[in-house]
Write a protein that binds this ligand. Structure first.
Ligand SMILES: Nc1ncnc2c1ncn2[C@@H]1O[C@H](COP(=O)(O)OP(=O)(O)OP(=O)(O)O)[C@@H](O)[C@H]1O
Length: 656
């Protein structure tokens, strides 16, 4: 033992070993105490939830070895308040911890996502309690209110003398020692900081603790008990004849009483559950401080029977796009907790959904591997996806302004993620497509769906036109858009990075083809009249010598050179074939470090533009040809392979 220890309790023991917290834990503890003080209540929820998890784990292990119950099969959580010692203790008879477990579980952060999150946080984000709370501070939340935490635990199935005592003041170190503990499970004692023992934040007030348990942990399916308090009348001393009224007081007895309803929320009928209960349950399982945006709760009967309670969060988590992002669904089998993050229960593009699935059919010893192959699980996953999409559609299509607002909020947080579903979930592709919203060349906000667009289509218009670009400004100024603007045809402007990839999978919407206006030939069908077609044909013939010369000058930079019908103001633009990657997509893939096939675009030139007309007689034909090509590439959001050469040419041309 180190002789530098100052804590009395630690000095009491001669056998304790001192340990240093993993660097990330020390950092997390610092954040917890500095950012979460205004949410100090959450320690009750976190510690009760850990105690309940520990009981769930025991129940699960005991399905294959019921001797682990040690003849104490009544799992419960107890909260004991000691006003003299100024402590509050959370006691469970769950799975318990060995000394090695305690060192590992309470001294390190197991989740790599949490570590990555900590590294990413900026200084100002570190002050943001909402953000910190988002990933679950769990056990460490105790240090918001306690200056010392002492944990005593004994693992189920281990002998009584293999207990552990873990103590820390939450600064940088903790000690552990072996103790004898007759009862299985864990008791966690918080030595409250002075400011939490009086006034508004007095956690020694039993009623306060009770109301917090009711608020946060009512859904916990185990009994949560506190010591019973009874009213005791003061009895007059014998012979006391004075008129002094006899008072009375509440006294704490040795008896325990259950203070929660102890019924898993999702097992109750939705008509009996208040919105607040749903909201609190969500906060419990998601570590989100904010209310969820919406939820759906159903008992599904049929070949596979299960209960689904699915929530849509109001805000995207920080790691929405991280590969190892945790999934939010907890799996229960007949109310027995089986696992967190059951990723097989939802398709990837709905990974932000949180909630609970309770299956009546899956075996209790189901593993992740079994889940992967199970037909029942597939059917649950399909059912979940359908439900979430139905819920979203009900928000999107509602007449109710509040719901519409919710859908907008949902879309700004998760719109890009559900687009992944176009490629991932062919069965629901049409339902997903209905939820998508974009800006268009005539409506700027992110609010036009394909249905809205179709309703506004011009007479004779046969396709839904869209354009992908880096951002809205680039889309609006794209040369590809010129003809459409001139003719007053609305074009959907897609500016998210996933759009082009996602649109590869969506070729039509309710029978109307979707056409990327930067790909293939523009075919405006009936929207172009005969005179225009005739004119275009003539222009093509007239410009043939220039076009041929351009082909030679550009060599293998361009697959082809053609006279354009889509340009009005710009001299040229690049187009790629149907099914080929646009320059932005090529660039995005390159940035992601992917090998990209060498795609040659076609250069389209505007026969009416003075620069193109000037080409015919230009003495600097080759330089001008290269500059026109480079400019078309730039306008399309592409990048020049040799910017210096481009500048040199432009400068020389300017000097002429
Ligand atoms: N009452 C308890 N009984 C047994 N083990 C516990 C108990 N409390 C905490 N632990 C162990 O300590 C670990 C860390 O707890 P902590 O609350 O920090 O994180 P967590 O519960 O794993 O994650 P989260 O709180 O984000 O769900 C737990 O995973 C568990 O192994």
């Amino acid at each position: 033992m180190s002789d530098t220890q100052t804590d009395n309790q630690q000095n009491d023991s001669q056998n304790a070993t001192q340990h240093v917290f993993e660097a990330e834990v020390a950092q997390l503890l610092n954040l917890v105490t500095h950012s979460l003080y205004s949410n100090s209540d959450i320690f009750v929820r976190e510690l009760v939830s850990n105690a309940s998890d520990a009981c769930d784990k025991l129940r699960f292990e005991a399905t294959s070895d019921d001797s682990l119950y040690e003849e104490d099969g009544e799992l419960k959580v107890r909260i004991d308040v000691d006003t003299d010692a100024k402590t509050i203790t959370f006691i469970d008879n769950g799975i318990g911890m060995s000394e090695a477990d305690a060192i590992e579980n309470l001294g390190t952060i197991a989740k790599s996502g949490t570590k990555a999150f900590l590294e990413q946080l900026s200084e100002s984000q570190k002050q943001d309690g909402q953000l910190i709370g988002q990933f679950g501070v769990g056990f460490y939340s105790g240090f918001i209110v306690a200056d010392t935490i002492s944990v005593e635990s004994r693992k189920a199935g281990e002998p009584a003398d293999q207990g552990v005592r873990w103590i820390s003041d939450g600064t940088g170190k903790f000690t552990t020692e072996t103790i004898t503990k007759d009862s299985r499970g864990t008791s966690i004692t918080l030595h409250l900081k002075e400011e939490y023992t009086e006034g508004e934040d007095n956690y020694l007030d039993r009623n306060k603790i009770k109301s917090l348990v009711n608020k946060y942990s009512d859904h916990i399916s185990l009994p949560i008990q506190m010591r019973k308090e009874v009213w005791q009348e003061d009895v007059k001393e014998e012979g006391d004849d004075s008129d002094t009224p006899v008072g009375g007081q509440m006294v704490v007895t040795d008896e325990w009483e259950t203070i929660n309803k102890a019924s898993a929320l999702w097992t109750r009928s939705s008509s009996e559950i208040e919105d607040e209960e749903y909201t609190e349950f969500y906060k419990n399982i998601s570590y989100d401080f904010q209310d969820p945006l919406a939820w759906t709760h159903n008992r599904v009967e049929g070949r596979v029977q299960y209960t689904q309670l699915l929530y849509i969060p109001a805000k995207a988590p920080f790691d929405l796009y991280a590969r190892e992002q945790q999934h939010g669904l907890k799996l229960y089998v007949k109310r027995v907790f089986i696992m967190d993050d059951a990723e097989q229960l939802l398709p990837m593009y709905l990974r932000f959904v949180k909630g609970v699935i309770d299956s009546a059919d899956l075996p209790l010893n189901v593993s992740r591997e079994i889940l992967q192959e199970s037909r029942d699980v597939k059917s649950i996953r399909d059912g979940n996806a359908r439900r979430v999409l139905t819920l979203l559609a009900s928000l999107a299509n509602s007449e109710d302004a509040d719901k519409q607002e919710k859908f907008k909020q949902f879309y700004s947080e998760f719109g890009d993620v559900i687009k992944e579903g176009l490629g991932e979930d062919m069965t629901n592709q049409a339902r997903i497509a209905k939820l998508l919203r974009y800006a268009t060349s005539t409506h700027e906000g992110l609010e036009t769906g394909f249905e809205d667009y179709k309703a506004r289509m011009k007479d004779g218009q046969k396709a839904i036109y869209y354009l992908t670009a880096e951002n809205l400004a680039a889309a609006k100024n794209s040369p590809q858009l010129e003809l459409f603007k001139k003719k007053g045809i609305e074009v959907i402007l897609m500016t998210s990075r996933v759009d082009e990839w996602a649109m590869n999978f969506l070729h039509e919407f309710e029978g109307t083809p979707l056409q990327n206006i930067a790909k293939g030939a523009v075919d405006l069908g009936d929207l172009q009249d005969e005179a225009e077609k005739e004119e275009a044909k003539k222009a093509e013939e007239n410009l043939k010598p220039v076009v041929d010369k351009l082909k030679t000058a550009l060599g293998d930079r361009a697959k082809d050179v053609q006279v354009s019908t889509r340009l009005v103001d710009s001299p040229a633009c690049l187009v790629v074939g149907e099914g080929e990657l646009t320059p932005q997509m090529v660039q995005m893939l390159k940035q992601m470090g992917q090998e990209v096939p060498d795609i040659k675009p076609t250069l389209e030139v505007n026969p009416n533009h003075p620069l193109i007309q000037k080409l015919e007689t230009s003495e600097q034909f080759d330089d001008l040809a290269q500059v026109i090509f480079d400019q078309a590439l730039l306008a399309d959001g592409g990048q020049l392979d040799d910017p210096a050469a481009y500048l040199k040419r432009v400068n020389e041309l300017l000097l002429k």
